[in-house]
Design a protein around this ligand. Structure first.
Ligand code: ADP
Ligand code: UVW
Ligand code: MG
Length: 393
């Protein structure tokens, strides 16, 4: 018995994988997206078979989970054929309470729900997913794996906001950091690739959500996301860093409500706010066609990234590598080249041919004389969640 189902809940979507841990094989994977919109969509992939697509309204994560179970029932593999070892759940916010993979019981579930205010886009969907999964697979242990866990090692100097200390304590205001499962997986993979026990360097996770992480000896010492996944880099729809006074100004002068500001910064900013599209491929295409807004958005995106990269290299004092991962990081060679151009004096030299190579998998894109290596490491949050879930059951 070594099959694990992993559910990676996002705000309006979730990804899933059925994994065979012996040999770490993927038996199926899929995606339920546009949850809550007029028309949702499921994509179910079984290696060697044609991809299944279902278009139907998906009211919430509960309905999405049912659609996924239906896809397994109709198109395989049969989830009932062999008992699951565990169901692994990605939970974005674990607060100060959860720093280990945790077997879910009613109390854990309530605690995760309580943490929703510290990850309002992510935790509510995860809770729905967990409830639906516990109902559907009642005899199987469910394990929550937290995005925040890897960042527990961040020192206070980096996790503390300079605001009223008592107020911050009472309202749990501090930097938690996210994407930890990915940052951990990627830094361990990078260490293995470099032939080292532990990784020291900077990981740039650039997907729809995006964050940078400074890793010393395999432990996170700083990261760009903060109390919520809104801080830091420019993202698909999130602003990342803004002057906090912008929020006050928008409420006081532009007449926006709290909910409107929340919606603006989380769902209508970032690449979407600057260009009308939150998808990097569209933005890149439009910039290539000479669109000035798209070009500016790419420049803002790279400028913010360079800001964090520089800060983290200085914080670390030494680095084996800068590592790119997730949708943009793994695929956008032009971004990587533009970002790192001119950093030769700092020991970072990209090899243009290696960078542009269509090769997949873990690879080095720096030249042999680059003091700090530059790597591309595909992330696999689901595999990491499965490994961690298996370790606790
Ligand atoms: N070839 C590519 N070039 C540039 N961006 C890409 C490419 N492929 C995917 N992306 C971008 O990656 C982002 C999605 O990243 P991903 O890691 O899949 O997101 P998620 O956070 O939803 O897991 C999107 O902005 C998408 O445009
Ligand atoms: C924490 C976070 O931002 O996650 P995602 O990138 O999946 O939105
Ligand atoms: Mg992601």
């Amino acid at each position: 018995m070594s099959r694990i189902l992993v559910v990676n809940s996002g705000s309006s979507s979730f990804k899933y994988q059925l994994l065979e841990l012996d040999g770490e094989r993927r038996l199926a994977s899929g995606l339920v997206e546009r949850i809550g919109e007029a028309q949702g969509r499921l994509e179910h992939r079984v290696p060697g078979a044609e991809t299944i697509e279902v278009v139907a309204p998906v009211a919430d994560h509960t309905a999405g989970f049912a659609l996924m179970v239906e896809a397994f029932a109709q198109h395989g593999p049969d989830l009932a054929a062999e008992p699951l070892l565990a169901v692994g759940h990605r939970v974005v916010q674990g607060g100060k309470r959860f720093f280990e993979p945790t077997v879910v019981n009613d109390l854990v579930e309530i605690n995760i729900e309580d943490l929703s205010e510290l990850a309002p886009l992510h935790n509510p969907g995860a809770v729905q997913g967990i409830r639906a999964a516990r109902a559907a697979f009642a005899d199987v242990p469910h394990v929550a794996v937290f995005d925040t866990a890897f960042h527990q090692s961040i020192p206070e100097a980096a996790s503390t906001y300079a605001i009223d200390a008592e107020l911050a304590e009472r309202h749990r205001i501090r930097r938690y950091g996210f994407h930890g499962t990915s940052h951990k997986f990627v830094s361990e993979t990078a260490a293995a690739f470099l032939g080292d026990d532990a990784f020291t360097g900077v990981v740039l996770h650039l997907g729809n959500g995006a964050s940078a992480c400074a890793v010393r000896d395999g432990r996170s010492i700083d990261t760009s996301m903060g109390m919520t996944p809104l801080q830091g880099l420019v993202m698909g729809t999130r602003s990342g860093d803004v002057d906090p006074a912008v929020l006050i100004h928008l409420q006081r002068r532009a007449g926006l409500s709290v909910a409107e500001v929340d919606d603006l910064l989380n769902k209508r900013s970032g690449l979407l706010g600057l260009t009308g599209s939150g998808d990097m491929r569209d933005v890149r295409r439009r910039a290539n066609d000479g669109d000035a807004d798209a070009r500016r958005a790419l420049d803002v995106y790279a400028h913010r990234l360079r800001h964090y990269l520089g800060a983290y290299l200085l914080e670390l004092g030494t680095a084996q590598a800068v590592v790119f991962t997730a949708g943009v990081g793994e695929n956008d060679a032009v971004l990587r080249e533009e970002l790192l151009a001119g950093l030769e004096p700092f020991g970072i030299v990209v090899d243009p041919e290696r960078n542009a190579s269509p090769e997949r998998g873990v690879r080095r894109i720096s030249s042999d004389d680059s003091r700090i290596a530059v790597l591309v490491v595909p992330t696999d949050e689901e595999l990491e969640i499965a490994r961690q879930a298996a370790a606790v059951v």
